[in-house]
Write a new protein. Structure first.
Ligand SMILES: Nc1ncnc2c1ncn2[C@@H]1O[C@H](COP(=O)(O)OP(=O)(O)OP(=O)(O)O)[C@@H](O)[C@H]1O
Ligand SMILES: [Mg+2]
Lengths: 557, 301
C-alpha cells in the first residue's frame, strides 16, 4: 500500500495499541483477489460438476456405442444420406461424414452445444447479478478489490470450470476411441463456447437490473444465434451463413474440414471481446445496470394489484411474453421451411425410413415436419413449466410469500392458483404455436388444417402439465431441490429421447421419457394412453405437492 | 495543526433519475472521532455511506477516505476501512465461520485473537449455516467481521438494527475500545440513545441536505430550554416575549420553550406568583423531532 502523510493507514499499529497482535493476518490485494476467485469457484462447483459429467458422459456414450451400432453398409448409406437435409441440420447443426465416429459424435453436439451455452449463461448471471440482487456483492465490493477486479475473479473462476470441461471431454473421448485431435478440438471449442456464454451472462449482469432480465438478454442472444443456424441450414442460403453464428462455427470441427484452428480463432476472438466489455462495464453503481437504472424498475407495476390472483397472473405473464416470442419464432421458422424440408426428404426414401426409426414420422410431408416442430414445442413447454416451478419456489426462497400468507389466504389457495395460472399459460403457448404453424404453412402453400394444428398443439400440453406436477411434488417435499430437479428431469427426459436409442438404453428407460411417448401429431393420430398418463402424473404430482406444502415449514433460500 | 480529515465529503451529490438522494454534502470526520449520521427515512444516509465506499458514483463532487477517492481507487481506499451494510444478507450455504473467513480475507486481513474474543462477547454461534441465522445474528456477523479487521476507519449503516439490548451494550463497548485505539467511525443510526452514548458529533441529513452538524452539546445550546411552572396568581402574559415558543396554558400550569435569554420570562413569571418551577434541557427526542417532523411537512415550522 502506498504510504500517505495522514493519520493511521496501517491496521493494528494504530495509536493506543501497545503492540502489534501476533496473529494478525494481512492480505495484499493480490491475495484478496485469489480469495474471491476461490469463493466464486466454490459457488460454481456443484453445478459445474453436474453439467460437465452430464454432457461428457452422454457424448462418450455416443462414441462407445457407435462401433457396434452402425456397421452394416445399408445403415451407413442411410446415415450418409442424412447429410445436407436441412430439417436435420436446422435441428442439429452442420453435418459432416456422419458415417465416421467423429461425424456421428459431433452431430450430437449440435444439440449439446445449446445446453452448454445455457449452462454458461446461467452460471455467469447467477454469479454476479443473482448475488447482487441478494445483497452479497455489497459485502464483497466493500473489500480490498475494485469492481473490475471482482468481475475478473468471477470470470476466472468460470473459466476454470470451462477448462475442466475441455479436459473432461478431451480425455474421455480420446479414451473412448475417438481421434485425439478431434476429441481435444471438440473439448476446447465447447469450453470456449460455454465461456463465451458465461461471459455474456456476466456482461448482461452489468447491463440489466435483475437476474431475470439478465437471463432474458442472453437468452434472446442465444435465440438469435440459433435462428441464424436455422437459416444456414436452409438449402437456399450460401455456405458462409454458417459462419455468422458460433453454433455454426462448431460445425466445422470434423477432421474432414480441417478447420479447427479457424473455429478456435473465431471463438477466442468472441470471448476476448466479451471479456473486454464485461470488465469495462463492471465499474458501475451497486444495484444499478447500464440499461435502465433502478429508478425505472417500479414501472413494472403500472396497474394496482387486485389480489393474489392478479399477482399470479402478472408473475407468470412476465415470462409468458418471452416464451411466446421464442416459441413463435421457432414455429414460424419451421412452418415457413416445412415445404422445402418435406420435399427434400421426399426424394430420399431411405431417409423417411430412418426418420421413422427416430420417431420422426412421415417427414416427407408437411404434417410430418409440423409434428417434428411440435416435438420441439413440447420441449420448450416443458422448460416453461420448469421455469414456473422455479418462479413459485422463488417466492418462498425470498420470503416474499410471507406478505401473502399473513393475509387471509390459505397456502393451498395460493399454490393452486399459481399452478392453475401456469397450466393455462402452457395452453396459451401451445395455442400460439398452433396458430403460427397454421398460418405459416398456409403462406408457403402446404396448408395443414386448423384442426390438425390445434391437435398438434393440444398434444404437447400434457407434457408441460406433467413437468409442472412433478415439479410441484418435489416443491412439496424438498423445496430447495425443486428448481434443479425439475429442470434436470426435463433435460434428462429430452436427452433420453434424443440419444437414448443410440446409447442402447433399455426400452423400459426409454419409455419413461414423455417426449418419446408423444405421438407425431398431426402425422399420426394422438396416442391417448400416454396422454392420460401424463395428465395423471400432473394431477397427482400437484395434489401430493400441495398436500405436503400445506403441512411443511416454509424454507428460505 | 491541520491534519487531513480521515473522511471527507466534498460537495458530494448523488442523483437517481429525478431524485436527489444526496445534495452537495460537505462533511469532515477527523481521526479518532465517532460521528453519527441521523435523519428520517430516505434522507440519504445509506447513499452517503455507499458513495463514500465507492459503491455508487457521485453525480458530482467526491468523497474521500484518508485522501483517497473510493470511486477512483477502491483498492487503496478499502484498504483503510471496514463496512457494515444496511441490509445484511449472507450466503445461505456458508457457515458463519466461513463467512467470517471470507469477509476477513477480502476486507484486507484480520486479527484472529480479536475475532475469537468478539465471537465470544457477542455470544455468536459461527457453526450454523448462513440461512439459519436470525436477523440479529446476521447483523452480528457483519459487526464482528468489521471490528475484527481493526481497520482504521469503520463505516456502519444502522449497525445495531436487530440487536437485543444486551448486545447493543456489547457493541457500544466495542466502539469505545475502537475509539481508544484511534479508529475513526462514521455510523448512521435511528437510535438516539445509542448516538448519545457513543457519538462525539452528529450530522443530520434531511432530503439529502446536511441540516445540522456539531456535538450534542452544541445542538442543545442552539435549542430551546423547556420551562414548566405552576402558579397561583393571574396567568402570566408571555406570548409577546422574545424567544418564546410552544406555549400551553392549563389550570394553574404553564409549559413553554424559551430560546436565548430567560430574563424577560423570569420577570413575567414572577408576577404570576410561581409555586413550582422546572427548567430543563430538551431530551434528545425533543431535540430531533424538529428535524424529523419537518421532513414530512416541508412547509412546517
Ligand atoms: N438505487 C436507487 N435508485 C433510485 N433511488 C434511490 C436508490 N437508492 C436510494 N434512492 C433514493 O434516494 C433517497 C435516499 O435513500 P437512502 O437509502 O440513502 O436513505 P436513508 O437515509 O438511508 O433512509 P433509511 O433511514 O430508510 O435507511 C431515497 O429517496 C431513495 O428512494
Ligand atoms: Mg438507509
Amino acid at each position: 500500500m502506498t504510504s500517505t502523510t495522514t493519520p493511521p493507514t496501517t491496521r493494528p499499529g494504530s495509536p493506543g495499541e501497545a503492540a502489534f497482535p501476533t496473529d494478525y493476518t494481512a492480505r495484499t490485494p493480490t491475495q484478496v483477489w485469489f480469495r474471491l476467485y476461490r469463493h466464486h469457484l466454490r459457488l460454481l462447483r456443484n453445478a459445474a460438476i453436474a453439467w460437465i459429467c452430464g454432457l461428457t458422459l452422454v457424448s462418450v456414450g455416443v462414441v462407445t456405442t457407435y462401433e457396434d451400432r452402425y456397421t452394416t453398409p445399408e445403415e451407413l448409406a442411410l446415415f450418409a444420406e442424412m447429410e445436407g437435409i436441412p430439417a436435420f441440420e436446422a435441428m442439429l447443426g452442420r453435418f459432416v461424414q456422419l458415417t465416421t465416429v467423429e461425424g456421428a459424435t459431433l452431430s450430437r453436439w449440435g444439440m449439446f452445444s445449446i445446453l452448454a451455452a445455457v449452462w454458461g449463461m446461467l452460471a455467469g448471471a447467477r454469479l454476479l447479478r443473482r448475488a447482487e440482487e441478494r445483497g452479497h456483492l455489497e459485502l464483497l465490493r466493500a473489500g480490498v478489490v475494485s469492481p473490475r477486479g471482482l468481475t475478473a475473479s468471477a470470470m476466472a473462476a468460470l473459466a476454470t470450470t470451462h477448462a475442466l470441461f475441455a479436459v473432461a471431454v478431451g480425455t474421455s473421448h480420446t479414451a473412448a476411441g475417438m481421434d485425439p485431435a478431434t476429441s481435444w478440438a471438440l473439448g476446447g471449442s465447447m469450453a470456449l463456447l460455454t465461456a463465451s456464454f458465461a461471459t455474456a451472462g456476466v456482461l448482461a449482469s452489468h447491463l440489466a437490473t435483475s437476474y431475470r432480465r439478465a437471463v432474458g438478454l442472453v437468452g434472446g442472444l442465444l435465440g438469435v444465434l440459433l435462428g441464424l443456424r436455422l437459416l444456414a441450414a436452409a438449402s437456399v442460403t450460401p455456405e458462409w451463413v454458417w459462419w455468422t453464428t458460433p453454433f455454426g462455427w462448431v460445425g466445422y470441427l470434423h477432421p474432414a474440414d480441417a478447420a479447427w484452428p479457424a473455429v478456435f480463432g473465431a471463438l477466442s476472438a468472441l470471448l476476448v471481446v466479451l471479456v473486454g466489455m464485461a470488465v469495462a462495464l463492471a465499474r458501475r453503481d451497486l444495484d444499478a445496470g447500464w440499461i435502465g437504472g433502478a429508478a425505472d424498475e417500479p414501472s413494472f407495476a403500472p396497474r394496482p394489484l387486485a389480489g393474489h390472483r392478479s399477482l399470479a397472473v402478472r408473475l407468470t405473464g412476465a415470462g409468458l411474453r418471452t416464451w411466446a416470442a421464442i416459441i413463435g419464432l421457432v414455429t414460424l421458422a419451421f412452418g415457413l421451411l416445412a415445404r422445402d424440408f418435406s420435399e427434400a426428404v421426399a426424394d430420399l426414401p431411405t431417409m423417411v425410413e430412418l426418420g421413422d426409426q427416430l420417431g420422426w414420422v412421415g417427414i416427407d410431408t408437411a404434417e410430418g415436419i409440423v409434428a417434428f416442430t411440435f416435438s420441439i414445442v413440447a420441449l420448450l413447454l416443458a422448460v416453461f413449466a420448469a421455469g414456473q416451478v422455479a418462479s413459485i419456489r422463488e417466492e418462498e426462497a425470498t420470503w416474499r410469500i410471507e406478505h401473502l400468507l399473513v393475509r387471509p389466504l390459505g397456502r393451498v389457495r395460493w399454490l393452486v392458483t399459481r399452478v392453475l395460472v401456469a397450466a393455462v399459460g402452457a395452453v396459451l403457448l401451445a395455442a400460439v404455436a398452433a396458430a403460427i404453424v397454421w398460418g405459416s404453412t398456409a403462406i408457403v402453400g402446404t396448408p395443414i388444417t386448423i384442426g390438425d394444428a390445434l391437435a398438434a398443439g393440444a398434444n404437447t400440453v400434457p407434457v408441460a402439465w406433467a413437468a409442472l406436477g412433478v415439479g410441484i411434488a418435489v416443491f412439496g417435499f424438498a423445496p430447495r431441490l425443486a428448481t434443479p430437479i425439475t429442470y434436470g428431469l426435463v433435460v434428462t427426459a429430452y436427452l433420453v429421447d434424443f440419444v437414448g436409442g443410440v446409447l442402447e438404453l433399455p426400452d423400459a428407460v426409454l419409455d419413461l421419457s414423455p417426449f418419446r411417448q408423444l405421438a407425431a401429431v398431426p402425422a399420426q393420430s394422438p396416442d391417448v394412453l400416454p396422454l392420460l398418463t401424463m395428465l395423471a402424473v400432473g394431477a397427482i404430482g400437484v395434489a401430493i405437492g400441495v398436500a405436503r406444502f400445506r403441512h411443511r415449514d416454509l424454507q428460505e433460500a | 495543526m491541520a491534519t487531513t480529515p480521515v473522511i471527507r465529503f466534498d460537495d458530494t451529490t448523488k442523483r437517481f433519475g429525478d431524485v436527489t438522494a444526496l445534495d452537495a454534502l460537505r462533511l469532515d470526520v477527523r481521526q479518532g472521532e465517532i460521528v453519527g449520521l441521523l435523519g428520517p427515512n430516505g434522507a440519504g444516509k445509506t447513499t452517503a455511506l455507499r458513495t463514500l465506499l465507492g459503491l455508487v458514483k457521485p453525480t458530482s463532487g467526491s468523497a474521500q477516505i484518508l485522501g483517497v477517492d473510493a470511486w477512483r481507487d477502491p483498492v487503496r481506499a478499502h484498504g483503510h476501512l471496514a463496512y457494515i451494510p444496511g441490509d445484511v444478507s449472507v450466503w445461505p450455504e456458508l457457515t458463519g465461520e466461513r463467512i467470517l473467513d471470507l469477509l476477513g480475507a477480502t476486507w484486507g486481513g484480520y486479527d484472529q485473537a480479536y475475532r475469537v474474543d468478539l465471537v465470544e462477547r457477542f455470544n455468536f454461534d459461527p457453526s450454523k449455516k448462513g440461512r439459519s441465522y436470525s436477523k440479529g445474528n446476521r447483523q452480528k456477523i457483519s459487526i464482528i467481521a468489521a471490528l475484527m479487521t481493526r481497520a482504521p476507519v469503520l463505516v456502519m449503516d444502522e449497525p445495531t438494527s436487530g440487536l437485543d439490548p444486551l448486545m447493543e451494550a456489547t457493541f457500544q463497548d466495542a466502539l469505545r475500545e475502537a475509539k481508544a485505539r484511534g479508529q475513526t467511525i462514521l455510523m448512521s443510526s435511528h437510535i438516539l440513545s445509542e448516538v448519545e452514548a457513543v457519538c462525539d458529533r452528529v450530522a443530520v441529513l434531511r432530503q439529502g441536505r446536511l441540516v445540522e452538524n456539531g456535538t450534542l452539546e452544541d445542538l442543545r445550546h442552539l435549542q430551546a430550554t423547556v420551562v414548566e411552572a405552576t402558579y397561583t396568581g393571574t396567568p402570566p402574559r408571555v406570548d409577546a416575549l422574545p424567544g418564546i415558543e410552544d406555549v400551553t396554558v392549563g389550570a394553574g400550569v404553564i409549559r413553554l420553550q424559551v430560546r436565548g435569554s430567560t430574563d424577560p420570562l423570569i420577570k413575567a413569571l414572577a408576577a404570576a406568583e410561581v409555586h413550582t418551577l422546572q427548567v430543563r434541557e430538551p431530551s434528545l427526542e425533543e431535540l430531533f423531532h424538529a428535524y424529523y417532523d419537518e421532513a414530512t411537512e416541508p412547509a412546517g415550522t
